[in-house]
Design a protein around this ligand. Structure first.
Ligand code: UDP
Ligand code: MG
Length: 317
């Protein structure tokens, strides 16, 4: 069996506290895989410094000096996890046959890497790391995360349940990922759109062993909102249905207002005002919904996502 080249991409934002341990553990894993002839000796660990304000980049430079397996990529400023990750993936695929992305804090079990590689050789282009339980997460994080997955599903975004950005991707699936031109990145939503053969590997998620989460509530909410609005025009469609509903209700209100007037149970002018409010409200919302439909179409067109991805071609030799 040909030993293929594995790159492990690790985005880092202010991770000086975890880097020494993370780099050691991941290198141990990499060397073990190389020694066992599972992967090529050209395999590497690529750290992406996402505009850290601490000593992260200096540490990456030191690591690189000390061992050829460590590589680094430094972004000009903080672009956020998703973009830092994409930068790393795109750099790695220039040299690698398969690329694994993981967080710097070792919350994702690195022993799952063996399974990832095995599944790659089994012919999978994408291997999703899935948390088998969230026991170690706080009650709050666990439940907000659950809510997030449910909401995304409702909004028609197809994401792998309990999978974050711990995954293996083959070079060709990364080549396809490159064709997605959108700027608002939500990788978890995009990668299932690539297709190809994929599978899941389950693991226990641990606690961050040092440092704080770089995803405070505010960033988490922004991320969830981004995920929905980058993939779904359901919120726009909601306006349309709401407008339609109110228009229908307005007819009932109209009848009611007229009946009250006929019975003579009302003050002068009330009937006209009530009917106008409901009728106009409904009409306005309905009109906004129609405009929204067009905006939704423009929005989807501007993404210039690839219309199809070819897996195999059978042609003449
Ligand atoms: N990260 C990054 N840029 C950012 C925020 C986070 O590159 O702006 C990295 C961070 O260094 C870590 C990964 O993204 O390797 C996930 O962050 P974290 O572990 O803080 O998120 P959580 O696990 O709490 O969701
Ligand atoms: Mg983490």
């Amino acid at each position: 069996m040909k030993e293929e080249i594995l790159y492990i991409v690790i985005p880092c934002y202010n991770e000086e506290e975890v880097l020494p341990e993370t780099s050691t553990k991941v290198l141990e894993k990499l060397n073990k895989l190389i020694d066992n002839k599972k992967i090529s000796s050209k395999s590497r660990i690529l750290f992406v410094n996402d505009g850290s304000k601490d000593k992260t980049w200096e540490m990456i430079e030191e690591l690189h000096k000390g061992d050829k397996h460590y590589l680094g990529l430094c972004l000009s400023r903080n672009f956020g996890h998703q973009k830092a990750l994409l930068a790393g993936l795109m750099e790695a695929k220039k040299h690698a046959d398969m690329v694994i992305s993981m967080d710097a804090d070792l919350q994702d079990d690195i022993d799952a890497i063996d399974e990832f590689v095995k599944e790659y050789y089994n012919g999978n282009d994408i291997v999703y790391g899935v948390r088998s339980s969230r026991k170690k997460d706080t009650f709050f994080k666990r439940n907000t995360a659950l809510l997030f997955y449910k909401l995304m599903k409702k909004m028609g975004v197809d994401i792998v349940y309990n999978h974050a950005d711990y995954r293996l991707m083959s070079k060709r699936s990364l080549d396809e990922l490159e064709k997605f031109k959108e700027v608002n990145l939500f990788l978890r939503g995009l990668i299932p759109l690539i297709g190809f053969k994929s599978t899941k590997v389950f693991y226990e998620r641990k606690n961050r062993f040092a440092g704080e989460s770089k995803y405070p509530l505010k960033k988490m909410l922004a991320f969830a909102f981004d995920g929905i609005t980058s993939f779904s025009i359901k919120p726009i469609k909601l306006i349309m249905s709401l407008g339609l509903t109110i228009s229908i209700i307005s007819i009932l209100i109209m009848l009611y207002a007229l009946i009250v007037k006929l019975i003579g149970y009302t003050v002068e002018g009330w009937t006209f005002i009530i009917i106008s409010i409901w009728l106009l409200g409904g009409l306005q919302m309905f009109s906004i919904g129609i405009i929204g439909e067009y905006i939704g179409k423009i929005y989807q067109e501007t993404k210039e996502r690839p219309k199809y991805i070819i897996e195999k071609v059978l042609g003449d030799k």
